[in-house]
Design a protein around this ligand. Sequence first.
Ligand code: ADP
Length: 479
Amino acid sequence: PPEIQDIDLLHIVHVTAELAPIAKVGGLGDVVTGLGRACLSRGHKVDIMLPFYECIQKQNINELELVTTYTSYHDGNWVPTNAYRGIVSGIAVIFIEPSNHFFKGESVYGGSYNELEAYLFFSRACLEWMQITGKEPDIIHVHEWQTGVVPLLYWDMYHYLSLQKPRIVLTIHNMEHYGECSQEQLSKCGLDGSLYGTVDKAVDDRTIGHNPERLSLLKGGIVYSNAVVTVSPTYLTETLCSGWLTRTLMQNREKYIGILNGIDTTIWNPATDAFLPTNYDAQKVGGRVPLIVCITRLVAQKGLHLIRHAIKLVEQLGGQMIILGKASNTQVEREFEDLANSHNKDSDIRILLMYSEELSHMLYAAADMVLVPSIYEPCGLAQMIGMRYGAVPVVRKTGGLADTVFDLDDHSQPEMANGFVFEGIDEESLDGALHRAFSYYKEKPNDWNRTVQNVMKIDNSWNNTAGKYIDVYNSIRVK
Ligand code: ADP
């Protein structure tokens, strides 16, 4: 469709478990903020609804005020709830704060409350808030399993109450999070869980004989949303070919599309980034010894054995490496702690086991190469941010990595070539790519510098892809 969509303005409400920078764990937080800001700048009205996690630093929210005191249903009770409004990165955010123990604790995930129940509560509390305040956006945009019940609640409950106008978009950022849920648990948000245990509704397709007792909020969200988006064209194809949701996605093929994520190039801009001691642009010159960084959640998806192998290899090749990562499982944490203890004192390797927004900016800026050896990667932001900061990507060819990084030694499309790509999940495949990257760095410094300048100019911003989301919104909105 032509660009008329931005004359025809929309009201979009995101319902999300993460929001950068105040409640970010991984890419989901970046995407909601980046897409939200891109739509705002095109003239649309955007609000974001987020749980008021206890760990959110209130000083990072502007103009925070209590706007609504109401009750929302959970498990037989109406829970007194506050809705606050504030501004984060220029976007209006509604914070939902229940008076019970949900969302308390030191981090976004992993508190001592039942996460499934807390997000079921949050999902309903968002619709309840729209109903009592009379806010009817054109689009309710939900993300991941945490808010996958919103479309069920909308079409089977709130649409029969007072909400008429909204249509629903679900973005799947990572299909490996199912949102497992029993019928009884689903009933806690006020729906009759026993009505959803069929293959055409919310039954988890992985269960033997399609056990009607076992539901998946992500699956239900796919069935009940008006449009379903995943975060790169290659991941779309991969998920239609294999995986637990293939059958459901094939059945919903006409409303399922792949849109590559962007990065927010105002937040991620080496020329203005306040976290950097010195700002720079595409004129940066590389150091003598290449520095390779890997900034990631330390989970199996990210290729942990390949990250460990890269440490050895970089040492052998005489480079430097910094890993900034947070593990969510104690076994992985211990393994990397052991690696940190043996390397951090007297080698060119540093393993930093923490989450730090500030350090991540400085590391992307300092890096010559950014390593993303994921086993699967729906989209991946680290390679895009790395390139924006002048780091040449070394990645495994999967999902969104395959849509954004093209090998410098593949001469079939030289104008796209921007990094080093390997295919296998074995250590030798990574060896090949890293060896090639190191030789290129050492033997062809002029070519390397040209590549650095090229990757910094690649436009992976939301300006490029937000329009595709607007097209999806317009294709389902009620005129
Ligand atoms: P995922 O969503 O699977 O975590 P993405 O590549 O889409 O992966 O997004 C990861 C985002 O989280 C990037 O912005 C990356 O810089 C950031 N990130 C990951 N780990 C850390 C960390 N330990 N400290 C700071 N930022 C991190």
